[in-house]
Design a protein around this ligand. Structure first.
Ligand SMILES: Nc1ncnc2c1ncn2[C@@H]1O[C@H](COP(=O)(O)OP(=O)(O)O)[C@@H](O)[C@H]1O
Ligand SMILES: [Mg+2]
Length: 258
């Protein structure tokens, strides 16, 4: 029987209710009510300093809100610790690199799989158990198209493929909710298209909240978009809706990273 904890009991995988975060009197996030529906790809966009990273930090509990509440599958997580959020199935990628440079790709995924299983290394002593882990690790590498490089050291990967490996270590945690912080940052066009395809594929059966500056990617992938400006929600809707919003257009004027 599935535990009540993991069963969705609202329409929303992630919901913030009137969340405000101030830093020494400066309001970085201002009364934000964000609703991310189960099984959707939802993008959080906005100019630099809009509060996107602060929102991610609030949702993953690396920051405490000054006021308001945060809910995961309808459960109030406002007072939970980051580790509890990860265990509840919400995993963040790309911000903090989860890749060990001196391990091979296969070893990196195995470490992530073992982390998911609670670090009970002794449990894996038997060769049969280790083989099962290898099978899982290879399947995950194949999901991101890195199965041709399982014996390569992570440090030897070019940048785009390193980010694919980060995505793979996140997948190894079997997240129900993935928070992707600028998955395309620093990537060339070829890698962007590739990562976009992979995000679309791995979003099946999952919820994805992503901060991304590349508006072509946002347009292509997102079911819904929330636009933040100076800590507040400026607009919310489909790409069609937000991209034709005049306030959104003016907020983006002069932005060079799009
Ligand atoms: N720890 C902090 N202390 C003080 N100010 C902060 C802190 N974190 C973020 N800010 C400020 O809050 C605002 C929003 O920052 P951030 O969430 O990083 O924006 P974004 O990710 O959208 O670029 C910025 O003005 C930033 O300088
Ligand atoms: Mg940021």
């Amino acid at each position: 029987m599935p535990s009540a904890d993991r069963a969705p009991n609202t329409d929303y995988a992630i919901e913030t209710r009137n969340v405000t975060k101030t830093f020494k009197g400066f309001t970085a996030v201002d009364d934000v009510s964000l609703k991310v529906r189960h099984g959707t790809i939802h993008a959080l966009i906005g100019p630099n300093g809009a509060g996107k990273s602060t929102m991610f930090n609030l949702i993953t509990k690396f920051l405490e809100p000054t006021s308001g509440s945060i809910h995961l599958d309808g459960r109030d997580i406002t007072r939970d610790k980051p580790a509890q959020i990860a265990r509840a199935g919400a995993v963040r990628s790309f911000q903090i690199s989860s890749v060990f440079p001196n391990l091979t790709l296969l070893e990196n995924i195995r470490v992530a799989l073992q982390r998911r299983m609670g670090n009970s290394y002794h449990f894996w002593e038997s060769q049969a158990r280790l083989d099962v882990l290898n099978e899982d690790a290879r399947r995950i590498l194949a999901e991101v198209g890195l199965d041709d490089s399982e014996s390569v050291l992570a440090s030897e990967l070019p940048y785009g493929r390193k980010r694919l490996l980060e995505l793979a270590t996140t997948l190894a945690m079997e997240p129900r909710v993935m928070l992707l912080d600028e998955p395309m940052a620093g990537m060339g066009t070829g890698d962007v298209a590739r990562v976009a395809n992979i995000i679309r594929k791995v979003s099946q059966g999952r919820t994805v909240l992503m901060v991304e500056h590349n508006l072509n990617v946002v347009a292509d992938l997102s079911d819904r978009i929330t636009v933040l400006q100076q800590g507040s929600v400026l607009a919310e809707g489909t790409y069609e809706e937000v991209s034709t919003n005049r306030q959104v257009r003016s907020a983006y004027m002069g932005e060079s990273d799009d």
